[in-house]
Unconditional design. Structure first.
Length: 422
């Protein structure tokens, strides 16, 4: 039983796999205490948001399906003798300092007895769909963020259950019963807090941040844990003397905007516990892209160009399948020392076809060190996608061949299909 391997850390006592009626009642009583804390302290318009995130998702599926892997440091990813990176690792492997996105070769040095497993994406997708389906028993306001995590707005839920904490607990148990996998949950009054909360007691834990504790919680939270704060922003914040959410309170909107652009406003609000972002059930896809990591670093400019052109072809195909295009085209490069850069260009007319994107490549590549520096990863993305209304007049662009060129006038002559390299 994979769940028993993990340390269960809950805010309230909760005997994890024990699903007896008595136990359910005990849980219920202990939860009521939490919910009463929430309801006495909070304004009635407060939302109830749950963030659920599976624990060591890919690695846990492997441990579930292959019992001999249970209790072992399992790393799902590429070949440690090759150039692969860690996609997921079990908590046993994390104890050795292994984490996602680390080169597998390094992971093996840190944990020589780790068991490396190749990803089985189809299996993970299958499990993911099963888990996501469980969420809809409570609410239609489900926003999947990735294969193993989602936000749920349960303010008004289909079960008429007033306790978001109770829903989160039942969901964790239901997920365990349906899949044999453990999930962690965060419960709070907005997305920002719920997401941070779910990571506080991982694995197999739940954290509830009632609104009246939100400010105190954010006040001591290191800014590195804030959503949207990567290494660069964190350094910048530290240089300004901002180490915790509480430090942000000393800065005006103007000052934060000057330092961090639009995100500065987000930081200003978050420091005050304000995050009005709704849970968006049909989250609009923001970008379409693809990338590839090489078995061996590449240097030759011609090779880079050929690979990027191929990626452009793949992206154009995806855009065509989704019947859309986007206003921003980005090229991503990761050099052999893992430094990663992005170069982008924008056009109000947008990028739909291979031809349109290829035309931008010389400019984008000229802004990189391609041809002079070893590269381990290349990627192409189109973002700022056109919505349905915006793209409807553009549909003609995608009429399938054979339509002789010149049959349409003006902008309508380009056919993404016609110029696809296969
Ligand atoms: N993943 C990946 N590459 C990454 C990060 C994640 O392929 N750089 C995949 C593998 C993970 C899954 O996505 O299992 C979910 O990502 P999470 O960030 O939720 O990480 P885990 O579920 O593995 O661990 P945690 O318990 O920290 O959530
Ligand atoms: Mg996860």
């Amino acid at each position: 039983m994979i769940g028993l391997l993990y340390i269960v850390r809950l805010e309230q006592p909760f005997a994890w796999p024990d699903n007896s009626a008595d136990n359910r009642q005990r849980q219920c009583r202990s939860k009521i205490r939490t919910i009463s804390e929430i309801s006495t302290s909070v304004m009635s318009h407060s939302r109830k948001i749950i963030h659920i995130d599976m624990d060591a998702f890919f690695a846990s599926v492997e441990q579930r399906d292959y019992p001999e892997l249970r209790g072992q440091p399992v790393i799902v990813g590429g070949d440690p003798k090759g150039r692969g990176v860690v996609a997921a690792c079990s908590y046993e492997a994390r104890a050795f300092g292994v984490h996602s996105a680390m080169a597998c070769a390094r992971a093996q040095r840190l944990c020589p007895r780790a068991v490396f497993v190749k990803p089985r994406m189809e299996q993970y997708q299958l499990v993911s769909r099963k888990i996501m389906a469980l969420f809809y028993q409570y609410t239609t306001l489900v926003e999947p963020l990735s294969v193993d995590e989602a936000f749920l707005d349960v303010t008004c839920n289909l079960a008429g259950e007033p306790s978001a904490t109770r829903i989160a607990q039942v969901l964790r148990q239901t997920i365990y019963e349906a899949t044999g996998l453990t999930a962690s949950a965060g419960v709070s009054c907005n997305k920002f807090l719920a997401k941070i909360a779910s990571g506080q007691n991982k694995p197999n834990g739940i954290t509830v941040i009632p609104p009246d504790r939100a400010l105190a919680f954010i006040g001591t939270l290191p800014v590195g844990k804030f959503y949207g704060v990567g290494g660069v922003t964190e350094k910048k914040m530290h240089s300004l003397g901002i180490r915790t959410g509480g430090d942000l309170l000393r800065f005006s909107q103007q000052q934060l905007m000057e330092a961090f652009g639009k995100t500065g406003l987000f930081f200003y609000d978050i420091a005050r516990g304000r995050d009005q972002r709704p849970v968006e059930p049909s989250r609009i896809r923001k970008s379409i892209g693809t990338e590839t990591t090489f078995a061996e670093d590449i240097v030759e400019f011609e090779q880079v160009l050929a690979i990027v052109s191929d990626l452009v072809g793949q992206v154009a195909l995806l855009l065509e399948q989704k019947n859309t295009g986007g206003r921003t085209l980005s090229l991503k490069l990761r050099y052999s020392d893992f430094t990663t850069i992005t170069r982008s260009c924008s056009s109000p007319k947008g990028y739909f076809s291979v031809t349109e994107m290829l035309a931008q490549l010389p400019r984008l590549l000229a802004a990189t060190e391609a041809g002079r520096r070893k590269i381990r990863l290349l990627g192409v993305t189109v973002s700022n996608l056109f919505n349905e209304k915006e793209r409807s007049p553009l549909r003609f662009r995608q009429l399938p061949l054979p339509f002789p060129p010149g049959k349409f006038s003006g902008d309508l002559h380009t056919s993404a299909t016609a110029s696809q390299p296969r």
